[in-house]
Write a protein that binds this ligand. Structure first.
Ligand SMILES: Cc1ncc(COP(=O)(O)O)c(C=O)c1O
Length: 384
């Protein structure tokens, strides 16, 4: 939330669901505040519905879900995982944490997603998995990715932090590969402050995932009465969220349709109102193939990096907080230290340098949406 009296149109504001205060009070009064209580159960059931996943476990963050996913796929020392360079640091950190090597591949110039046409050539005998990230919840051609994975015996990991509940011709995002992840950070469409989930398509992964999430113990089995005491059985950590987080998540998931409707309306409005301006100014507006996306971001690619930087400054000076996004991993200090680059990453650099995102959150007023649109139209492009 902005400072009181802040007249700016903020870039993002966490959704507030009608039930969350009552849910939180119920947890505090219940004496069960640690994880895996009634709200974890309820939120997990709602999430199964919304995501279309066969099975899942809530986690403390999307980052932790990625760490679990990489370990579930047995990525170890020297194993390579193909990832887009245009993604969040956690997509690579999770690989590095097990001694693996992220191999950065270029993206498609329009979607910002990994380019499936480049993936096969990046495969080496060390390759263990392909990790895709759906930027803005826009699907990757998963027929192509799955075909490559099957032919080379590789696992597919889906970082679906942006794309909760997006149904596509390939299946629901996050449920197509071996493992998928969600993030419930408060910048995401559905949030609980900090949180995440591992979506499991392979039933064989469930038992290991439970152990990994419960400090390496079989406590989950014990709680179900399947063993009479629990002990340390494998490597693990503490990846289960408290009931406080689950209570907020549960209330948010109950509002999923409303959240998506509100975000979608603003997204459509931006797209329609800026179309003519964009084409006159050589600006490329976000254009998801088949119109499929999560209404998580609305981005545009400015004609140059200089125009992007100037437009950011201009809009902010006029009370509209626009922003850029990921700094490509291949050019970051840690990316150079731990990763390897495959081929040219020109499209990644160009996309990241020209990308500008508009404010998008449920509850934006009509005046705020109009202000964003008018402000962008008021920007005077640099001479080229
Ligand atoms: C694509 C992507 N994956 C993973 C994450 C990590 O999620 P979290 O912040 O819940 O750890 C983020 C964070 O914003 C993200 O953008």
């Amino acid at each position: 939330m902005g400072v009181r009296g802040d007249e700016r149109v903020l870039f993002s504001r966490p959704f507030r669901s009608p039930m969350e205060k009552a849910n939180l009070a119920a947890v505090i009064d219940s004496d069960h505040v640690h994880g895996d209580g009634v709200f974890t159960k309820s939120a997990s059931e709602r999430l199964l519905q919304v995501s279309g996943a066969a099975d899942l476990l809530l986690t403390t963050s999307g980052t932790h879900a990625l760490e679990m996913a990489i370990r579930l796929l047995d990525v170890g020392v020297g194993d390579e995982v193909i990832v887009p360079s245009f993604t969040f640091s956690s997509g690579a950190n999770s690989i590095v944490a097990t001694g693996g090597v992220p191999v950065f591949v270029d993206i498609e110039g329009d979607t910002g997603n990994i380019d499936p046409a480049l993936v096969e050539a990046a495969i080496t005998p060390q390759t263990k998995a392909i990790s895709v990230m759906y930027y803005g919840g826009v699907p990757v051609d998963m027929d192509a990715i799955s075909d490559i994975a099957v032919r080379h015996g590789l696992a597919v990991l889906e970082d679906n932090a942006h794309g909760l509940g997006v149904m596509t011709k390939y299946g629901a995002l996050g449920t197509i590969g071996s493992v998928g992840i969600q993030s419930f950070h408060d910048t995401k469409n559905v949030h609980c402050g900090e949180g995440g989930a591992v979506l499991l398509s392979d039933p064989n992964l469930r038992e290991r995932a439970e152990v990994m999430r419960e400090k390496g113990t079989d406590r989950s089995k014990y709680l179900r009465g399947e063993v009479d005491k629990y002990s340390w059985v494998e490597w693990g950590s503490s990846y289960l969220p408290s009931e406080l987080n689950a209570a907020v998540l549960d209330s948010q998931l109950a509002s999923f349709d409303e959240i998506q409707r509100c975000r979608g309306e603003i997204w459509d409005r931006y797209r329609a109102s800026l179309e003519e301006w964009a084409s006159d100014a050589s600006v490329t507006l976000m254009t998801p193939p088949d119109g499929v996306h999560a209404a998580h971001v609305f981005f545009m690619l400015m004609p140059s990096e200089a125009d992007r930087d100037a437009a950011l400054e201009y809009s902010r000076a006029h009370g509209v907080v626009t922003t850029f996004h990921y700094v490509p991993l291949h050019s970051s200090a840690a990316g150079r230290k731990y990763g390897r680059t495959f081929g040219s990453l020109d499209k990644t650099d160009s996309f990241a340098n020209r990308l500008l995102r508009l404010p998008l959150w449920p509850g934006m007023s009509d005046e705020q949406v109009v202000k964003v649109i008018d402000t962008m139209k008021g920007y005077v492009f640099l001479p080229h």
